[in-house]
Design a protein around this ligand. Structure first.
Ligand SMILES: *Cc1c(COP(=O)(O)O)cnc(C)c1O
Length: 486
């Protein structure tokens, strides 16, 4: 492993430093009261400038990113982030804007947020929007609070349940619980879709809503969506769409027309703003007229001449984020939408679906495909065929890393044994997909002839196989001189 920067320290080494000021009126002794001052010298590493530069460049090369190679992490839509987005987001007028600036001085920024909201409404078919939530999961919480406000406003106080399919992403039950609802799990049928039979058992006057991902997390379109929406609406509930898989629908299907009342959009997935490592992201929520009165404040309005921040919304659920949300994420998503245009966005989704099906067709004879049909923008295969050689999906995923590729999502969705959820996205060329397929096929051969190489993988990465259980339970990222603990 690369040495830690502390271990490279040599006493007395210096990088470039400014000459002494020659006066001391700004020294910390004059400005800081005694009790706030440092008592010990900081134990910082001492290195020359070139050593510091080399250290961080080396570290950056240990990292894997979409600019390295394919990043087919199913459900996460890790597509390439066009650099023009970054260029626009670093324009001074956007990057240095102060959130307390008055309305008149930031009309451009307000216009951008307003128009991004309008674009998202067009893309989804909804009539209301808030950009505030900072992530998909916070969007879920927002949507659920809107649904709760809607029922309570009608004096309908018995609705305390949210129905969620067993294939759902873990954030769905988590955000439902945080919003104060009881979670009811609905089974999936053998074809990977919501069991209508099971759903019917729970449709009653205690249902606040149904939370559904479409296409769902096994990469299939919920064909019975109109019937599902009717069942839920008939019992007085509302339909929430987890929009994390919107990358399959752009310009092809409008979620509002499938009977959903609201949805969140992950700008950091579908609209190409960078993610991984925990943010920043944005999870705008789009709603129909039933939920519009409760949207968070401030709302951005346009009177034909000027843009305003409207806080005067009597039934609002309040604020979900400081100020307006993650503004520079909006700038990137807005740039991406304008660069693609209506036709471009449709091509994005079609490309994502074609790429996924192409890759699936190359793998499905070797890896088990639990749902034997065409997929949407992602697909599930499993490591079950390889289990008889003593290897698991995890070993396959670890071995993929040795070939310089990132592994797909594994062991999700939970309803499929030994699952691998693969989402190549539209930004991969055919050559990359062929290479990736070949890696999978070679590993399947290795599983037969040399399973040991899978069991001990990865062999070429800076960190070899970690003990997942220990790493999750005993997290310690502190530096201890002379030893690495944890
Ligand atoms: C990513 C994802 C979420 C959560 O979104 P975050 O932005 O990570 O909070 C929810 N549901 C599905 C299906 C997802 O893929």
């Amino acid at each position: 492993m690369e040495k830690l920067i502390f271990e490279k320290s040599v006493k007395g080494r210096r990088a470039y430093s400014l000459p002494a000021l020659g006066f001391d009126s700004f020294s910390s002794e004059n400005l800081l009261p005694e009790r706030f001052r440092r008592r010990r010298e900081l134990n910082l590493p001492e290195l020359s400038e070139v050593e510091v530069a080399r250290h961080f460049v080396k570290l950056s090369k240990l990292n894997y990113c979409i600019e390295d190679n394919v990043y087919p992490l199913g459900s996460c839509t890790m597509k390439y982030n066009p650099k023009v987005n970054e260029k626009v987001a670093t324009l001074d007028g956007f990057a240095t804007l102060h959130p307390h600036i008055d309305e008149d001085s930031c009309q451009g920024a307000l216009q951008l947020m307003y128009e991004l909201g309008e674009s998202l409404k067009k893309i989804t078919g909804f009539t209301g929007v808030t950009l505030q939530p900072a992530s998909g999961s916070q969007g879920e919480l927002t949507g659920l609070l809107l649904i709760r406000a809607y029922h309570l406003d009608r004096g309908d106080t018995k609705r305390n349940k949210i129905l969620i399919p067993d294939s759902a992403h873990g954030t769905n039950p988590a955000s439902s619980a945080i919003a104060g609802f009881q979670v009811i799990t609905i089974k999936s049928d053998e074809d990977g879709r919501v069991s209508i039979e099971d759903l019917k058992k729970y449709c009653d006057e205690t249902v606040a809503g149904f939370m559904l991902t479409n296409p769902n997390t096994v990469g299939l379109f919920e064909k019975n969506i109109l019937e599902i929406s009717r069942l839920i609406h008939d019992c007085g509930g509302l339909m929430y769409m987890d929009g994390a898989n919107l990358n399959a629908l752009l310009g092809i299907v409008y979620p509002a027309e499938m009977g959903f009342d609201c949805m969140h959009i992950n700008l950091h997935k579908t609209f190409s703003t960078p993610h991984g490592g925990g943010g920043p992201g944005a999870g705008p929520v789009c709603v129909n007229d039933k939920l519009e009165p409760y949207l968070p404040v401030p709302q951005i309005t346009f009177d034909g001449q000027k843009y305003h921040l409207n806080y005067d919304v009597p039934k609002t659920i309040g604020k979900l984020h400081s100020f307006f949300g993650n503004f520079l994420v909006f700038v990137r998503a807005y740039t991406y939408i304008l660069m693609n245009g209506t036709e471009g966005l449709k091509k994005v989704s079609k490309g994502a679906i074609i790429n996924a099906n192409y890759l699936l067709s190359k793998l499905k004879d070797v890896y088990r495909q639990p749902y034997n049909e065409h997929c949407m923008h992602e697909f599930v295969i499993t490591g079950e065929n390889q289990k008889k050689f003593g290897v698991t999906t995890k070993d396959i995923a670890k071995r993929i890393l040795d070939f310089g590729f990132y592994a797909p999502t594994i062991y999700f969705p939970l309803i499929v044994h030994e699952a691998m959820l693969v989402e190549p996205t539209e930004t991969e060329a055919k050559e990359r997909l062929d290479e990736y397929a070949n890696v999978f096929l070679q590993i399947a051969k290795e599983a037969e002839t040399n399973p040991e190489i899978l069991l001990t993988a990865p062999h070429t990465t800076p960190v070899r196989r970690v003990d997942d259980a220990r790493a999750a339970r005993i997290v310690n990222v502190n530096y201890f001189k002379g030893e690495t603990k944890g």
